[in-house]
Design a binder for this molecule. Structure first.
Ligand SMILES: [Zn+2]
Length: 629
């Protein structure tokens, strides 16, 4: 269906005599042989044995042609007991992930019919810690059932599925006594029986998949207009429920006013048993660490809630991903405008340009249209931040009234369906009453940024490239330099220990050399960005670096002065960056603690503090930061 709609848009554009069509025009793929319309699932989950047993009645619609067999995907660990149609068993064959079912009589083109699948097996893929140095990613699992918790989603293939299907779901899940299940849509029934708790969820609006989570949760609820908000937290975090319910209510109110009525009857915030920030239709799953850190900010809970409209109600098509950029714009950024905090809004725009300047060298740039998902900071800078800035420019181009009217139209016209950049272009153009081809061609289909001088755009309203030499000195300039040098202090074990693990981790990256401070290598220090560990303990290297220390900054073994303040005490540590005295296009970042413990407490998380010229730590916690000390 998506392909056909895209074609209709193209015909319309050509009819209007529009200019250059994108070379990435989709050609019409073979229409799918069938689509899955609905799943009616009964599932029994046994966490102790990592097992589930499922019975799924799948409603199927034949495509343009007569259908004699269908192939669906199911996790290879799940064994099918039988497949039937109206009570009659059907023959089927298993080929790895695929179940190919032979129909007893052919389905006519367009005919709707139901098949029942009975299956059971083990889902046991315990989440693994991701191995990334400074980029937060969720733990990796394709789905898990265990005593610590249950998480099964579309990528688990825990019910028979077909690619690109948008279906509605009803699920009745039985879990052991004391366990609660979180599902999508409305909670229509919850019965406590001797054998366990049966929870029924009805997701009436079509979506891309069904995710279930379960755990021994404490449930709290609150009403916000017609919407029920619920938290499913483990007892340790249960006291934070109120804070989350309140924050969610504020976001739901604000974004309903902007995007139209919240599309689901309920919004749940679930605590996950592994690190995650996952957004599903009508709920979000956050790791315990996130929940404890008060993950209620616009870029966190706000972002997940905006996904309720954008991404979990209107879906990306198979082309570029516009959903993340728009969600970032509306949540991470626009919330501050909405609250009247112009300073914070300006700072957010600056940060978006900054991430592009740091993580997207011109020779590694790619167009927004090519972004699909984030796997590194470059994807984040393009797919999230640049795309958000492009929506900002589009808003300034067509005006607030038309921009927000178009957003409401996107939700009302494409709710429960997929849309791509082409559909957005047509829709924004229609609402704005003008042709937006050149805007979309420039900003979506081509890489790069506006060629504008900094003084022509002092408030960061345009998507432009800030030259690296103009950025405030910061650790991220070290991180993104093509030549990097880590200097380790020398001396006894006590001096070296807090930095050893950090140096070891950094040294595993490309283009990083590690050396000790007693090596007189001034010619090398001047040709790289340098991370100088140990501060004054780094001997000759520190003496060399001192020439670049800005006025007002003092770095001594027993104390330091940054941001106009003097700091002393064994609990303090500092990270301060400044221009390399021999090559101002590069940086020197100095990190040291006033005691071994103070340095140790920061070491592991140092790279989370890459955005400021200086950061002061007290017992491992950042207590002050700023630019250009
Ligand atoms: Zn997102």
């Amino acid at each position: 269906m998506t392909a056909r709609r895209a074609l209709a848009v193209l015909v319309l554009l050509q009819g209007l005599g529009c200019a250059a069509l994108s070379p990435s025009v989709p050609t019409k793929p073979d229409a799918p042989a069938f689509s899955l319309l609905r799943h009616d699932i009964q599932v029994t989950i046994d966490p102790a044995l990592h097992r589930m047993k499922g019975l799924d009645r799948v409603t199927i619609k034949a495509g343009d042609r007569e259908l004699r067999e269908i192939a669906v995907t199911l996790n290879t660990s799940l064994v099918v007991a039988w497949v039937s149609r109206e009570g009659a068993r059907l023959p089927y064959a298993r080929r790895a992930h695929q179940i190919v079912v032979r129909l007893d009589r052919p389905a006519a083109a367009g005919e709707t019919f139901a098949l029942d699948f009975d299956y059971a097996g083990e889902i046991n893929d315990p989440p693994k810690e991701p191995r990334h140095l400074r980029f937060v990613t969720p733990s990796e699992t394709s789905g898990h059932i265990g005593p610590e918790g249950v998480y099964i989603g579309p990528e688990t293939y825990w019910y028979p599925d077909a690619p690109d299907s948008l279906a509605s779901y009803r699920v009745a899940a039985t879990t052991p006594p004391g366990w609660e299940t979180i599902g999508q849509g409305a909670l229509t029934a919850r019965e406590v029986k001797p054998e366990g708790t049966v929870t029924t969820w009805e997701a009436a609006t079509p979506s891309e998949g069904l995710t279930l989570a379960a755990g021994q949760f404490v449930v709290a609820t609150r009403k916000s207009g017609p919407t029920e908000i619920a938290t499913y937290f483990y007892p340790e975090e249960a006291a934070l429920a109120d804070e989350y319910l309140k924050a969610a209510a504020a976001y739901l109110d604000a974004y309903s006013a902007i995007l139209g009525p919240y599309p689901f009857p309920r919004f749940s915030i679930g605590e996950n048993f592994f690190a995650s920030g996952l957004g599903m239709p009508s709920y979000t799953l956050l790791g315990a660490g996130s929940i404890r850190r008060r993950y209620t900010q616009p870029y966190a809970l706000g972002h997940e809630i905006v996904h309720s409209w954008i991404g979990n109600h209107v879906f990306n098509d198979g082309g570029g991903n516009w959903v993340e950029g728009l969600t970032t714009y509306l949540a991470n950024y626009y919330w501050h405008e909405l609250k009247g905090d112009r300073q914070k809004a300006r700072e957010e725009r600056r940060m978006m340009l900054l991430s592009y300047a740091l993580y997207v060298p011109p020779d590694q740039d790619y167009p927004v249209a090519q972004f699909k998902r984030k796997s590194d900071p470059r994807d984040n800078a393009i797919g999230y931040n640049k795309t958000a800035m492009v929506f900002h420019m589009l808003r300034r181009e067509i005006g607030d009234e038309r921009f927000f009217a178009a957003l409401r139209t996107v939700v009302s016209e494409y709710g429960g369906r997929r849309a791509g950049w082409k559909e957005l272009e047509a829709l924004f153009g229609r609402v704005a009453g003008r042709d937006l081809r050149s805007f979309f061609a420039r900003w979506i289909e081509q890489p790069g940024a506006a060629d504008v001088a900094a003084d022509a755009d002092p408030d960061f309203h345009l998507f432009r490239r800030m030259p690296r030499g103009d950025l405030p000195a910061m650790l991220n300039l070290f991180v993104t330099d093509t030549k990097r040098l880590v200097v380790m202090p020398t001396g006894d074990q006590k001096v070296v220990a807090p930095y050893a693990e950090l140096a070891e981790r950094v040294s595993k990256q490309d283009s990083v050399a590690v050396q000790t401070a007693d090596r007189p290598s001034q010619h090398e220090w001047g040709k790289a960005s340098v991370l100088l560990l140990g501060g004054p303990a780094a001997g000759a290297a520190f003496e060399w670096a001192k020439r670049g220390v800005p006025p007002g900054v003092e770095l001594r073994p027993d104390g330091f002065r940054v941001g106009g303040k003097e700091y002393r005490g064994a609990d303090k540590a500092v990270l301060v960056s400044f221009r390399n005295p021999d090559d101002p296009s590069r940086v020197v970042s100095v990190f040291y603690g006033l005691s071994q413990a103070a340095a140790q407490a920061v070491s592991r998380l140092l790279f989370f503090y890459g955005w400021s010229s200086y950061v002061v730590f007290e017992n491992g916690k950042a207590v002050a930061h700023g630019d250009e000390p």
